[in-house]
Design a protein around this ligand. Sequence first.
Ligand code: NCD
Length: 308
Amino acid sequence: MKRSLIDILDFSPDELQELIDTANDIIARPEAYSRLCCGKKLATLFFEPSTRTRLSFEAAMYELGGNVIGFSEAQSSSASKGESVADTAKVISCYADIIAMRHPKEGAPLVAAMNASIPVINAGDGGHNHPTQTLADLLTIYREKGGFENLTVGFCGDLKFGRTVHSLISALSRYPGLKLYLISPEELKLPSYVKKEVLAAKNISYVQTTDLEGVMPELDILYMTRVQRERFFNEEDYLRLKDSYILTPDKLQNARQDLCIMHPLPRVNEISVAIDDDPRACYFKQVLYGKYMRMALILKLLKEAGTL
Ligand code: NCD
C-alpha cells in the first residue's frame, strides 16, 4: 500500500524506532545500502527556497544509488502557469517513484499525497510542519541521550512560525516524562492549536517564559530557532524581534555539562559561532543525521509502496 509522510504522527513510535535503527545501520555499513535504489527516481518539488533540506534529500537518494529530478523554486515549475498542486502530483507520479515536496501553503503536501499514486514526503509546509527535520532531530537526540523518555527540552526563539518546533513537540509528546520550557518573545509564542491539540491533549507539563538564562540549568536539550522572516507580515516587527535570543558562551555558564544544543539551521544570529567548538553543540551533527534518516525514510516508503 502507498504511504506518505505528511505529519510526524503518521508514524508510530515503533516505526520511528525502525527508521532510527536503519539510519544507525546505514552509518555503520553504508556500502550495504549504496545500490538499493538503483533505477529509482526521487522528485524534489520545492516551491519554496531551501538548501539543506533539498540537498539532503538529493544526497540521500544518490547515496542509495538512485536518481533525482525536480525543481527548486516555484518560478521554474508549472505552478507559475497556474497548475494546481493536485495536478502536479498526478503528473509527477508518471515520472518518479517518490516525491519530496516543500510548499509555502500549509497542507499542500497533503493535497499532493491525496492525488499522487506514489509516496509523498512533506519537506516543510508553510509555518505548519516539517516532519523530516524531526527525523533528523530524533536521531540526534537518540544518539546523544540514548532515548526519548524523561527529557526536559527548551525550545527557544520563533515558536509561532517555526514548523520544526511544532513537529518535534508532536513527536516528543508520545514519550513519558517530557517537560517543556517554551522560551520566546510574547509575539512569537507557540500557537494555541499546538498547545491544545498536543500539550493539553497529552497532559504535557510546560512552562512559557521569556527568560532563557533562568531556565538553562534545567535543560537536557536546548533547541534554538531562527525568527522566520518570510512569515512576517511586516518588516518592522521582524527587525524588532529578530535578535531576541542570541546564545553566547557566557549564557551557558549555568548549563549542564551534558546539554545538547540543537538548531535546524540556517542560523542567522541565534547561536554565536564561538559555541560551535563546544562539545555540547550538536547542530552540524543534526545535518548529517538528517541525510541518514531521509535514506531510511525513502527505503521504508518505497518498500511499503511495493517499488523495492
Ligand atoms: C528549517 C525550515 O525550513 O523550517 N530549516 C530546515 O529545513 N532545516 C528551519 C528554518 O528555516 O529556520
